[in-house]
Design a protein around this ligand. Structure first.
Ligand code: PDD
Length: 295
């Protein structure tokens, strides 16, 4: 096993070294994957879109009926302490805060027992951005059937479906697995997926099959700012295969161009197999938003 970092983490009211943090084997997060999580980018020492991440955390907790153990101010205080501490130790310019709330510790029983104290865990690690090469050339993706469960809208720590999906592309040396349910695009194993069609950005509608990435709102805003059409509607596999551009979005990938899908170059004409112009404009705008929208 790799040595665990000795960076500061937060566990149930205590700040301690990550390598020393321990939870009970009866934690329902361990036994059932009964918990939810968030991944928040930190640029410099500023949390990017903190409010949006916290609102999604609230929604995930409500959907799985785990009480929110902290107020917004308490979450912010705790995250800031990790960020400040990490900044004094790390050479990395940017970081990610990972936070997880599980239903708590109890004897194994499927029913949601009342009165449990949720387990709260938070850690911070360097954000590894996409490489210059990936940004210049784009990445390869593989398509697969979306065989995960029907509640992709919950940002749940039960990620075995996503892990299995991701491995399909990893086994082929590709960056992501793009998923289709009944012939329509849902998302990728750990990112949202967008296509460009006739100059407009299209994304799958928000539904129980798709995690509403924080970049859903952000990309809509950036398109608005740049006068690029933006539309959420069902997107067939045929449309994805014949798209002008495809790109991924997530906290870590920001926006990232897909230039090969199942071995075929994406796009048409001179731009075929290369990152497209809409991606390039969104990427620029995203970099500006990072400077403006962090807390
Ligand atoms: N993944 N869809 C899935 C299944 C995801 O896991 C993620 C993020 C997204 C994009 O959401 P956002 O824009 O809020 O990052 C979409 C995170 C980064 C992860 O699990 O590490």
């Amino acid at each position: 096993m790799q040595a665990l970092p000795d960076s500061l983490c937060y566990l149930n009211g205590e700040y301690l070294r990550l390598c020393d943090a321990k939870v009970s084997v009866l934690d329902r997060g361990f036994i059932f994957g009964d918990g939810v999580y968030e991944v928040i980018p930190v640029y410099g020492q500023r949390l990017f879109r903190f409010q949006e991440h916290l609102s999604r955390l609230e929604r995930s907790l409500a959907k799985v009926r785990i009480p929110n153990p902290h107020t917004e101010v308490e979450w912010l205080e705790r995250m800031r302490r990790l960020v400040t501490e990490q900044a004094s130790h790390s050479d990395a310019p940017d970081h990610l805060v990972y936070l997880q709330v599980t239903r708590g510790v109890a004897l194994r029983e499927h029913v949601m027992l009342e009165g449990l104290t949720p387990t709260v865990f938070m850690m911070i690690s360097p954000l590894r951005p996409a490489s210059t090469e990936q940004r210049r050339q784009g990445v390869a993706c593989i398509s697969a059937r979306d065989f995960r469960w029907q509640r992709g809208d919950v940002k749940s720590t039960s990620l075995l479906g996503n892990v299995l999906a991701r491995q399909i592309s990893a086994d082929q040396g590709a960056a992501e697995t793009i998923l289709f349910r009944d012939g329509f695009l849902t998302e990728a194993s750990s990112s949202n997926v967008w296509i460009v069609h006739e100059g407009a950005v299209l994304g799958p509608p928000k539904s129980e099959h798709v995690l509403e990435g924080i970049r859903y709102g952000l990309i809509a805003e950036l398109c608005d700012e740049l006068n690029i059409g933006f539309n959420l509607r069902p997107i067939s596999e045929t449309e994805v295969n014949s798209a002008d551009e495809i790109f991924l979005s997530s906290a870590t990938k920001e926006v990232l161009p897909v230039t090969r899908l199942d071995g075929e170059p994406v796009g048409h004409g001179a731009g075929k197999g290369k990152p497209g112009p809409i991606y390039a404009r969104l990427y620029e705008a995203y970099q500006r938003a990072k400077a403006e929208q962090s807390l």
